[in-house]
Design a protein around this ligand. Structure first.
Ligand code: F6P
Length: 319
């Protein structure tokens, strides 16, 4: 193998730059030419590749986001889009591809693999819902962002005797909500994986209020309900003053934590090594602190990473 490409796709996350840096440095050490495609699969379909030398990836380890930029592409889901990408890869002499992203992006990686192109996927999504990896890239940084924000909000919540509904990301995944609730000592974590009874929550808040606890933090995963509706219901039911904070895309940015920098460096290196050794159609991931590789076929048809343990822990801790 002489030339390897890399791209970042779907929702960005902290640690993508550190992964690109690691992959590029690993490839260059083994005399492989490295090419970055801009804006994920869009860049692949346009043949928008840039040569990545050692200098082009210096000074990016500590930066959030992705300097290659990212995008979600409908066109790449079509056979025509995939063929365009394949033609460009072949014309550019790229013989293998490292693809960073969440489940949609890894599904794209699997499509290329099925068409016979060597790919290795890297799980990168703050939702942490990708099977066959304990942690996806960016999750730890996102959690630290959330925890910093919730700690700040707790200060003002207690000063004003208010309940806050804090919405975190997670359309279909309650990982960020449940783990941040555990780590901040929130009163409730509301997640898409588990139904909740709003009147029951109001009752519990009222009981707490009568015991003298006059502030509360409810962490809501965006896919679990409407933050304003929940806040209004609490206010109407118990007269508790409520506020809503939507953390939004703040969660996805910022300097990666040590955990994410290390994970990025390990996954980037492993992905390139696998391609060079002739392996393909795999996703690299973290399992019991070891870097493992799992067929993309299994990753995509696998059950979404179960959140049971965190949800049970939250329950035991009274969240
Ligand atoms: O897939 C990660 C994620 O952060 C989800 O939790 C969230 O719903 C979504 O991306 C937001 O995507 P966008 O950046 O396109 O608004």
């Amino acid at each position: 193998m002489k030339k390897i490409g890399i791209l970042t796709s779907g929702g960005d996350c902290s640690g993508m730059n550190a992964t690109i840096r690691s992959a590029v440095r690993t490839g260059l050490r083994m005399n492989i030419e490295m090419v970055g495609f801009r804006k994920g699969y869009l860049g692949l379909m346009k043949g928008d590749g840039i040569t990545l030398d050692s200098k082009s990836v210096s000074g990016i380890l500590h930066r959030g986001g992705t300097f290659l930029q990212s995008a979600r592409s409908q066109e790449f889901r079509t056979p025509e889009g995939q063929q365009k990408a394949l033609d460009n890869l072949r014309n550019l002499g790229v013989e293998g591809l490292v693809i960073l992203g969440g489940d949609g992006s890894l599904t794209g990686a699997l499509a290329l693999h099925r068409l016979g192109f060597p790919v290795i996927g890297i799980p990168a999504s703050i939702d942490n819902d990708i099977p066959f990896t304990d942690m996806a890239l960016g999750v730890d940084t996102a959690l630290n962002n959330i925890i910093y924000a919730v700690d700040c909000i707790k200060d003002t919540a207690s000063s004003h005797a208010r309940a806050f509904v804090i919405e975190v990301m997670g359309r279909n995944s309650g990982y960020l909500a449940s783990v941040s609730a555990i780590a901040t000592g929130a009163e409730f974590a509301l997640v898409p994986e588990r139904e909740f009874d709003l009147s029951e929550i109001c009752q519990q808040l009222r009981a707490r209020y009568e015991e003298g606890r006059d502030n509360a933090i409810i962490i809501l995963a965006e896919g679990a309900g409407n933050a304003q509706h929940i806040a209004d219901s609490i206010k109407d039911a118990i007269g508790f003053e409520t506020r809503v904070t939507v953390l939004g895309h703040y969660q996805r940015g910022g300097a990666p934590t040590v955990f994410d920098r290390l994970l990025a460096s390990r996954l980037g290196k492993k992905a390139v090594e696998l391609l060079i050794s002739g392996q393909q159609g795999l996703m690299v991931g973290l399992s019991c602190n070891a870097i493992i590789a799992t067929p993309l076929e299994d990753v995509i048809k696998g059950e979404k990473r179960p959140q049971d343990e965190m949800l049970r822990l939250a329950e035991v801790l009274g969240i």
